[in-house]
Design a protein around this ligand. Sequence first.
Ligand code: BEZ
Length: 261
Amino acid sequence: MDNATTKWNTKLYNDKHSFVYNYGEELINLLDPKKNERILDLGCGSGQLTSKINELVKEIIGIDISPEMIQDAKSKFKNIDFQVADASSFRFKEKFDAIFSNATLHWVTNYKSAIKCMFENLKSNGKIVLEFGGKGNVQTIVNQLRDSLANRGYLEQSKLQLWYFPSIAEYSTELESVGFRVIMAQHFDRPTELADENSGIKDWISMFGESFLKNVMPKHIEEIKNEVQEMIKSDCLKNGKWFADYKRIRIIAIKEDKNAC
Ligand code: BEZ
């Protein structure tokens, strides 16, 4: 799922950024889905993980704020219910046994509302299994992008806050404040290999950081992407391959049954 202003390029996503859902398969093991369960995939993107979970459960619904992604998911997986919906305001009549979310919640800057929605749409004793960008995520790329923008006078763009990358302490505190019990929390480095050996970082910016380049003069756009890639070479180019400095948080939390003793 993304913020509403980003228009996703589903082809670039599937061709060069499939690591987003490839890594998510580990998270399905943590979800440990059961045959009789009804699951929500929050920020399902183009539906690959939704379809994997679908094979294991009674029912799954995939939601994403991006109409392009939902259209792509529907065209690939015709038997699954995919809907355009916002992570910070979704509401279903029937509650879920579990909510699963991979590589989405860092886009949801209205995180308090998203946490409330997850809580309200879960059955009692239901669980959330989440993975997304944590504190310090992609800071090498983004710090350089901010510098390259600021050096050319794009001060407003250089200060944009597109994402929410909390520590596990911050996020767990937010979850606990609405009534979740956090039973697992991890924060770890995941240097992530990018598909193209020539333009890995540039492609990453094209895919995920285009909002920084809004209203930047066309002649500066390519220049900035080139400069960012060049300047972070020593940190992000290893044995001829580009890596993004991803840091993930993983959380499992339970909606406590208020009536339990
Ligand atoms: C991430 O998966 O960590 C991520 C993706 C796009 C933008 C920022 C972070």
